[in-house]
Write a protein that binds this ligand. Structure first.
Ligand SMILES: O=C(O)Cc1cc(O)ccc1O
Ligand SMILES: [Fe+2]
Length: 461
C-alpha cells in the first residue's frame, strides 16, 4: 500500500509549508516489505531500475545485508531520489582525534576494570551549543568496526539542532534511547518524531538529521557492528506479547527539493570509528519514493505487553527483551535491548527485586525516568551503570531490607518508571572519558555494604 499519497496532489507532499500530509505519518509493523511514495507514481512499476525512473528520479539501492544472504534475513531498500547520493565532494577527516567516538576497543583506545561502575546523570552543556553529532561520546564497547564484530555504547547530550548536515553511520546500526527531549529526525525514508520512552533504530548507512524541538536533550545509544535488531522469539508465550510487531513504526516517504546551492549540506560519516565530512550541493533528504525492508523505525515502550510470574520467584529479565541482535551462538545475543517497565508484582513467598547476580553477559543500564526497582538512590534518570561480566551486583542494601521484611501484597512496580539494559555477550572496555568522568560515582560500592546479614544456624526458616 502506498501511504502518503492518499487524496494528495503530486506537488503537495515534499517538505515545506505547502505540505498537506502529516509529516509524522508511519507504516505500522516490523520488518515488512514496504512501499512509500511522496509523489503518486514515483515508484517504477514491476521493476527496480528502468532506463529512466518516473519524474526523472534516480534509483539507488541501500543494502543492509550482503546480496546473497538468504531470503528470510535479506534486507535492502530501493530509494528513488532527485540526486544520487554519490554527488558530493570527497570525505575529509572531521575534527580528527577529538570527536570522543571510538570504534576499536583495545588497550590503545580504552581501559578496563571489572568493578561495578555508576555514573550520575551526564550533564547537558547548554552554554556550549552542541548538536547531536558533536554531543555524542562513547562510554565503552567491544570489538572492532572493521571486523564487523562487537558493539559500542554512546551517550548523546545536545543543545542545538543539526543545521544543514546529516549523520551517517557506516559502522553499524544505532538503537537510540531518548531520555530528555524529543528528537525530530529527518531521515532518507521520512520523518520520525521520538519522545522519551520511545526508541528509534537507524540502520547502517541511513542518513539522518536530528532537530531538538524541546531544547536540551540527552539519551543513550547502542550500536551493533554486525547483524540487525529483531524481535525475540516468544516460545511457549505464544503468538502475542512483549513488543508486538504492529507497534513498530516506519516513516513514509518525504522529500526536500533543494539546490543546487554550493556546499549547502555536509554529510558526517562515521567510518571505522572515525568521523569524516563531505560537502554537497543538495539536501540528502531528496528521496521521493522508496520500497524495501531496510528502513528506520520507532517503538513506544509503553506498548510493551509485559509477561511475568503470577505465582512465585523472580523471572530472568529476558522476559523483558524488546529487541535482540543475535550472534552466531543460538540464544546468545550480541546485544539485547531489555526494559524494566511498570507492572504488577504478585509473587508470593518471593524475594521480589532483581536477585543477586553474577552474569556471563555484560550489563549496561540506563534510566529514562522514575526510580529503578533494585536501587533506592544514586541510579538516576540520565545516569548509567555497568556491571561487567561475572561482576557481582544486585539490589542495594535498602532494597534488600525492604524486600525481606515487607508484607507481600499484590502491588505495582514503580509506576512511571522506565529503566533499560543493554545486555551483551561481549566484555566491554571503557573510554578514558567515561572512566574519568566527573559524574562517576566512586562511592557506588557502598550501595551494598550495609546489606543486613541475617544468617542464623539455629533458625531454618
Ligand atoms: O539490575 C540488574 O542487574 C538487571 C537484572 C534485573 C533483573 O530483574 C534480574 C537480573 C538482572 O541482572
Ligand atoms: Fe544483573
Amino acid at each position: 500500500m502506498l501511504s502518503s499519497d492518499a487524496a494528495t496532489p503530486p506537488e503537495a507532499v515534499g517538505l515545506g509549508p505547502k505540505e498537506l500530509v502529516d509529516p509524522y505519518t508511519y507504516h505500522d509493523g516490523f520488518g515488512n516489505h514496504l512501499s512509500s511514495e511522496a509523489l503518486r507514481g514515483a515508484l517504477p512499476v514491476g521493476q527496480n531500475t528502468p532506463q529512466v525512473c518516473p519524474y526523472g528520479l534516480y534509483a539507488e539501492q541501500l543494502s543492509g545485508t550482503a546480496f546473497t544472504v538468504g531470503r528470510s534475513g535479506n534486507q535492502r531498500s530501493w530509494l528513488y531520489r532527485i540526486h544520487p547520493s554519490v554527488m558530493h565532494r570527497p570525505f575529509e577527516p572531521y575534527r580528527p582525534g577529538s570527536h570522543g567516538i571510538v570504534g576499536t576497543f583495545d588497550a590503545r583506545t580504552t581501559e578496563t576494570t571489572p568493578t561495578q561502575i555508576r555514573w550520575l546523570p551526564f550533564p547537558i552543556n547548554e552554554n556550549e551549543q552542541t548538536d547531536f553529532v558533536d554531543g555524542m561520546r562513547t562510554i565503552g564497547g567491544a570489538g572492532d568496526t572493521a571486523l564487523k564484530s562487537g558493539l559500542a555504547v554512546h551517550i548523546y547530550t545536545a543543545s542545538k539542532s543539526m543545521d544543514k548536515r546529516a549523520f551517517c553511520n557506516s559502522d553499524g546500526d544505532l538503537l537510540i534511547v531518548p531520555q530528555q527531549g524529543r528528537l525530530d529526525i529527518a531521515t532518507e525514508f521520512g520523518q520520525i518524531m521520538a519522545a522519551p520512552n520511545e526508541i528509534v533504530v537507524i540502520q547502517r548507512g541511513i542518513r539522518f538529521c536530528v532537530s531538538l524541538p524541546d531544547g536540551p536533550s540527552r539519551g543513550y545509544i547502542l550500536e551493533v557492528y554486525d547483524g540487525h535488531f529483531e524481535l525475540p522469539d516468544l516460545g511457549p508465550i505464544g503468538a502475542n506479547g512483549l513488543a508486538n510487531p504492529r507497534d513498530f513504526q516506519t516513516p513514509v516517504a518525504r522529500y526536500e527539493n533543494t539546490g543546487p546551492e554550493p556546499a549547502s549540506w555536509s554529510i558526517v560519516n562515521k567510518y571505522q570509528g572515525d568521523l569524516f565530512v563531505a560537502q554537497q550541493d543538495h539536501s540528502p533528504f531528496d528521496v521521493v519514493a522508496w520500497h524495501g525492508n531496510y528502513a528506520p523505525y520507532k517503538y513506544n515502550l509503553a506498548n510493551f505487553s509485559v509477561i511475568n510470574s503470577v505465582s512465585f520467584d523472580h523471572v530472568d529479565p529476558s522476559i523483558f527483551t524488546v529487541l535482540t541482535c543475535k550472534s552466531a551462538h543460538p540464544g546468545t545475543a550480541v546485544a539485547d535491548f531489555v526494559i524494566f517497565p511498570p507492572r504488577f508484582e504478585v509473587q508470593m513467598n518471593t524475594f521480589r527485586p532483581p536477585y543477586f547476580h553474577r552474569n556471563c553477559m555484560s550489563e549496561f543500564m540506563g534510566l529514562i525516568r522514575g526510580e529503578y526497582e533494585a536501587k533506592k538512590g544514586g541510579f538516576l534518570p540520565g545516569g548509567a551503570s555497568l556491571h561487567s561480566m561475572m561482576t557481582p551486583h544486585g539490589p542495594d542494601a535498602k532494597t534488600v531490607a525492604n524486600a525481606t521484611t515487607r508484607e507481600l501484597l499484590p502491588g505495582r512496580v514503580a509506576d512511571g518508571t522506565q529503566a533499560f539494559m543493554f545486555e551483551s555477550m561481549f566484555q566491554l572496555r571503557l573510554t578514558k572519558w567515561a572512566v574519568e568522568h566527573k559524574q562517576r560515582d566512586h562511592d557506588y560500592y557502598k550501595a551494598w555494604l550495609d546489606i543486613p546479614i541475617t544468617f542464623n544456624p539455629d533458625k531454618s526458616a
